[in-house]
Ligand binder design. Structure first.
Ligand code: PMV
Length: 361
């Protein structure tokens, strides 16, 4: 079933709930076909497909208590045990954006406790897992107020709310492979929320590995808000959006057939195109570091010599995600340890793999 904006507005509290707790663990995700460029409100200029990860997660607990309805949201935010006033503006903006869909929020005082399983400053964006976990908690409150909502509505609305917090967060609710953005090849796909791929994905992709090499753990040079804006008036934007649409269809077929050559070609093209877009926008940015390029070249040599189907992808930063089927784990990890970790900051890397999605904690 597909949902429209208006379906998520209908809200009727059937139960009286004075207080409670909602708690979720949501994973990060890594895009294979990238989302880069958006229009208001957080609608993607092209569809994207991602692997949901497993070990990189945000755990969020919301303790809620009924208060008299006021004109503003009442909440406090704790990160890893400490109150974090610096996180307030982002949460405030998020609540303002979703208010019409969850009008009950202003009737509660929310104490939000959040923590990440991945290192604090690893250069890994926590907005996807963080916004997804918070949206799921909000949906758990909605479910307590209205126990009749279906599981499908719950999941899709959680993804819908997460999208309004951070676009790619809508792909962090469910596990496996997720598509976000309308595309004729992906039945049921929507610009409003992420969906599980509506076809049987070859089993080689069920437990795909992602070893994240932390090349640069610093703050992001370009926020994704600025990054997406750079696609407005970008000289190659239209061509890029067209290419992403073609890639969705080609990648989907490769995922069905277990065609690793096509998978590798598209995933690496997407990573390099994302960075090319940043290099050819104005202002322009180079987010790769010399060590990013060292890793890529070494990986290509290794692939050529061994014929092991391992490839890389990049986010909007210098870190490298090394993607490979599980049956090559030992060989690839030996190669990474012997040849690549020297390019990582403090030799840090994270072992991850495709996961099952968010869990109620
Ligand atoms: O969700 P945002 O606004 O942080 O944008 C994410 C953009 C990329 O991570 C670069 C690509 C993607 O599809 O996840």
């Amino acid at each position: 079933m597909t949902f429209e904006n208006r379906d998520f507005r209908t809200f009727e509290a059937l139960s009286e709930v004075k207080e409670g707790v909602a708690s979720w663990k949501a994973p990060s995700n890594i895009a294979l076909v990238k989302y880069w460029g958006k229009s208001n409100p957080q609608l993607p200029k092209n569809p994207s497909i991602s692997f949901t990860l497993d070990n990189c997660r945000t755990e969020t607990k919301v303790i809620f208590k009924k208060v008299d309805k006021t004109t503003d949201f009442q909440f406090s935010i704790f990160f890893e045990g400490k109150e974090k006033p610096s996180f307030r503006p982002k949460i405030q903006t998020f609540f303002e954006r979703i208010e019409v869909y969850v009008p009950f929020l202003k009737e509660y005082y929310l104490e939000i406790h959040s923590s990440n399983t991945f290192p604090h400053s690893s250069g890994i964006a926590s907005s996807a897992s963080g916004m997804s976990a918070l949206s799921l908690c909000i949906m758990s409150i909605e479910k307590q107020l209205n126990p009749t909502i279906s599981e499908e509505y719950f999941t899709k609305k959680a993804s819908f709310l997460a999208r309004l917090g951070s676009g790619s967060a809508c792909r962090s609710v469910e596990g496996g492979l997720i598509a976000w953005g309308e595309h004729p090849f992906i039945k049921g796909s929507s610009d409003l929320y992420g969906v599980s791929l509506p076809f049987e994905v070859n089993e080689i992709f069920h437990d795909y590995q992602d070893t994240i090499l932390l090349i640069d753990k610093g703050e992001k040079q370009v926020s994704s808000t600025v990054g997406h804006q750079l696609m407005q008036g970008h000289p190659f934007a239209e061509q890029r959006f067209k290419q992403a649409n073609q890639h969705i269809e080609e990648l989907s077929k490769a995922l069905i057939n277990g065609d690793l050559d096509t998978f590798i070609r598209i995933v690496e093209t997407e990573a390099l195109t994302l960075h090319s877009m940043m290099m050819t926008s104005y202002p322009y940015f180079i987010l790769m570091k010399p060590n990013t390029l060292e890793v890529i070249h070494q990986l290509w040599d290794f692939r050529k010599q061994t014929e092991i189907p391992v490839c890389f992808t990049l986010d909007a930063g210098a870190n490298v995600h090394i993607l490979y089927p599980k049956n090559y784990k030992e060989k690839v990890l030996t190669f990474i340890k012997n040849n690549l970790i020297k390019y990582c900051q403090n030799e840090h890397y994270i072992l991850d793999n495709v996961g099952q999605g968010s869990v109620f904690a």
